[in-house]
Ligand binder design. Structure first.
Ligand code: ADP
Ligand code: MG
Length: 350
């Protein structure tokens, strides 16, 4: 549905996006995750045809965004970081206006009514947008993106500035829309991405450092099925018993964290799940396991490790990828050649 190849964007001398490659299948819900300034909005603005690219190719449903912008844009609903609302208009009036702007062909009233019902803004249809709460305004922004029934929805930080209740409402709405749309949403908040998205594209300093589902990312980074067990009784005895468990490679005592018990970090051979064996071992020795936790990283930890890795190369190494360094060097050269064009472009944008 969406193909991005070798995408770069330069603002003057600043390379905001560098050699981004990804593809998104129909029906996928993808999260762009990255700290502020990573390049998320820039990529989204390019995908939606709002910003020209410096280098590379973007196609939506087979239509190139540069060569065939009308066809490509028809397939996309976009909610920019700051929704383009006309606050002196009433909700319905505004959506009718967007309908005309997009030159939609469906029956007007029925189409807009359907969207307002779906987004649950039919109760404020005749209210002025400026009198709505931030949560409602964001919903009107979403409704605007849905006008024309596009297959793809691109949502830039859709919950920023909302209170927790509103965040949950918008999130649920996005999950529902995800059932019959291809969605890309951006956020610098992990829980958000984790709650809604099937796949995560982590962006840092204009480069894609990872593209995978959250579990795989976590596995790649920690590549460890180690567990931490809190077991009552003597440290020495338990340590010896655990070392004898089949499939266990190494056991280390983490000391006493709760009176009468000790914590043990148990590392298995390869990817073996050793929880059952550890449990049986404890039972056979008359010991109680007070807690058993996986040492696996949360998406939050994955994200922090990757973005704090310092450089692209270090982040990739953390993920266990072997990259060819020449790819990046070639990129720098080719982008340089086109920088004259983008200089003029920046003037227009700023
Ligand atoms: P994000 O959405 O991930 O926070 P952006 O795509 O907005 O990041 O920005 C990426 C980088 O490009 C940042 O360093 C930002 O300062 C820069 N940038 C964004 N827009 C412009 C612009 N119009 N002119 C110059 N630099 C820009
Ligand atoms: Mg942004």
């Amino acid at each position: 549905m969406i193909e991005v190849k070798g995408l770069s964007k330069r603002y003057g001398t600043h390379l905001a996006v560098s050699d981004a490659n990804f593809s998104i299948k129909k029906g996928e819900v993808i999260g762009f995750l990255g700290p502020n300034g990573a390049g998320k909005s820039t990529i989204m603005n390019i995908l939606t045809g709002y910003l020209s690219l410096t280098q590379g190719q973007v196609s939506i449903d087979g239509f190139d965004i540069m060569e065939n912008p009308e066809e490509a844009k028809k397939r996309i609903g976009y909610l920019p970081e700051i929704p383009p609302l006309y606050i002196d208009m009433k909700v319905k009036e505004y959506l009718y206006f967007i309908y005309d702007l997009k030159k939609v062909k469906f029956p007007k009233k029925a189409h807009i009514d359907e969207i307002m019902k779906l987004i649950k803004i039919d109760n404020v249809a005749n209210r002025l947008i400026k009198n709505l709460s931030k949560g409602y305004r964001q919903r009107v922004g979403l409704a605007q993106a849905l006008v024309g029934n596009p297959d793809v929805l691109i949502l830039d930080e859709p919950t920023v500035g909302l209170d927790p209740k509103q965040i949950i409402e918008i999130r649920n709405l996005i999950s529902r829309l995800g059932k019959n749309h291809t969605i890309i949403l951006s956020s610098h908040i992990l829980s958000e991405i984790q709650a809604v998205c099937e796949r995560v594209i982590i962006i840092n300093q204009g480069r894609i450092i990872a593209d995978d589902n959250a579990d795989n990312l976590s596995n790649r980074l920690s590549n460890d099925c180690s567990i931490v067990a809190r077991i009552d009784g003597s440290e020495k005895e338990t340590l010896a018993a655990l070392k004898g468990v089949k499939g266990v490679k190494n056991v280390m005592s983490l000391g006493c964290k709760e009176q009468g018990s000790f914590d043990f970090l148990i590392e298995p051979n390869d990817d073996v799940d050793i929880r059952k064996a550890v449990f049986e071992c404890a039972v056979s020795k008359g010991k109680t396991i007070l807690s058993l936790t996986s040492n696996k990283l949360s998406l939050e930890q994955v994200f922090l490790r990757l973005t704090e890795a310092g450089s692209y190369e270090e982040a990739r190494k953390l993920l266990g990828f072997e990259d060819q360094e020449t790819v990046e060097e070639n990129m720098e050269e080719t982008v340089e050649e086109t920088s004259e064009v983008s200089q003029t472009e920046v003037k227009e944008e700023e």
